[in-house]
Design a protein around this ligand. Sequence first.
Ligand SMILES: Cc1cc2nc3c(=O)[nH]c(=O)nc-3n(C[C@H](O)[C@H](O)[C@H](O)COP(=O)(O)O)c2cc1C
Length: 373
Amino acid sequence: MSSTFGTLLKVSTFGESHCKGVGAILDGCPPGMRLCEADIQPQLDRRRPGQSKLTTDRQEADPVTIFSGVENGVTLGTPIGLFVPNKDQRPGDYKEMSQIPRPSHADFTYQMKYGIRSSSGGGRSSARETIGRVAAGAVAEKMLAEAFGVEIVAWVSAVSGIRAAAADVRGITRDQVDASLMRCPDPAASQQMESLVIRVKEEKDSVGGIVSCVCRNLPAGWGEPVFEKLEAKLAQAMLSIPATKGFEIGSGFAGTRLRGSAHNDPFRAVENGLGTVTNHSGGIQGGISNGEPIVFRVAFKPPATIGLAQETVDFDGNPVTLEAKGRHDPCVVPRAVSIVETMAALVLGDMALRQQARSQTASFGPGRRSRSV
Ligand SMILES: Cc1cc2nc3c(=O)[nH]c(=O)nc-3n(C[C@H](O)[C@H](O)[C@H](O)COP(=O)(O)O)c2cc1C
C-alpha cells in the first residue's frame, strides 16, 4: 500500500473508516510558521460528513489535534502529526455487505489484493482517509499563502448533466463558493443541482459531478520535468482521491477541437516579465508553471453505495439482490471541493520547496528572465 506522497513536502496518511481515528504525518514543512488547529479545521469542516442535507447523514465533527511538530504555536521544522477521531461508526450497517462486494466499490479488489479487508465502512478505501490529506494540505495551503501569496479555490462546476456558467478564474473566492450548500458559484445552476441531489437521495440513488479548481499567483518555474511534470503530479494527486474518474487541465479534451492558431497562448509583456494573452495551457507548459493561473477539472463518479436494489453476486458467486444499508453520500462533489484544494496545495507546496532548493544552489547558466522564484 502506498500511503505517502511528495518529495520535500511529504505527507503520509493513516487510518480506516471504523478504527479509532485517521490522520497524517506531514514532513518537510519549514520551521517558524505560526500554526494551530484553527488554521486546519475550516477545511476539515468543509469536508466533513453530515454538514448539509446534500451529504451523508453520518455525523462527525472531525476535530483535529496537532500532536507534534509545533511548539508555542510555531512550526519546528519537524514532522507535524495530525489526528482526527472516528466517532459515529455503525459497523452493523455493513453486516449484510460483508458477504457481498458492493458493485463499483473497493470491497472486491481489496479482498483480492490483501486476502483480508476491513470488515466495515470501506476501511482504507473510505473517504475518511482523505481527512489526513485535507489536514496536511491545509498546512501546505498556509505555507503557500504566506511564503508565496498562492491562492487555491475549487468549486462545483457540474452535477450530472447540469453545468454551471464559466467562473471568473482570476477573481473567484471561497466565500463565493461557500455561499451555496452545493459550493457552486452559479446561483441558478446551484439551485438546480441541489434539487437534483435531494431527489436522488430520496430515491436512494446517486449522481456524479465535476470539481473545477484554480491556483493563482504562482511564479513561473514550478514543476519537475519530465516524469514529475506539474500537470502529471496534479493528475496523480487528483486521481488518488476516491471516486475520481477524470482529470483535465486548461483546454483539456475540448482543446482537441481547436486549431493551433486558436489554441496557442500568445505571450505579452507584463510587470515582471512575460504573461500570456489566453490560457488554454491552464498555466503549465512543458510541465512547468508559466505564471498564469493553473486551471483544472476533476470528474467524480456517482458514489457506489446506493439503497436501490441491485442484482449482483456474493463472494461465493451466488446471485443476490443488494439494497445497501447505512448512510451514504448521494453526490460527493460538495465535500470534494476542499479535498481538491488541499491536494493541489500538497503538490504545489512540494514543487515550491523543490524549486527553492534549486534556486539556492549555485547556477552556471545565463539566468532567468521572467517571473520565477
Ligand atoms: C467526499 C467523498 C465521499 C464519499 N462518500 C461515499 C459514500 O458515501 N458511499 C460510497 O459508496 N462511496 C463514497 N465515496 C467514494 C468511495 O470512497 C470510492 O468510490 C471507493 O473507495 C472506490 O474507489 P474508486 O471509486 O476510487 O474506485 C466518497 C468519496 C469522496 C471523495
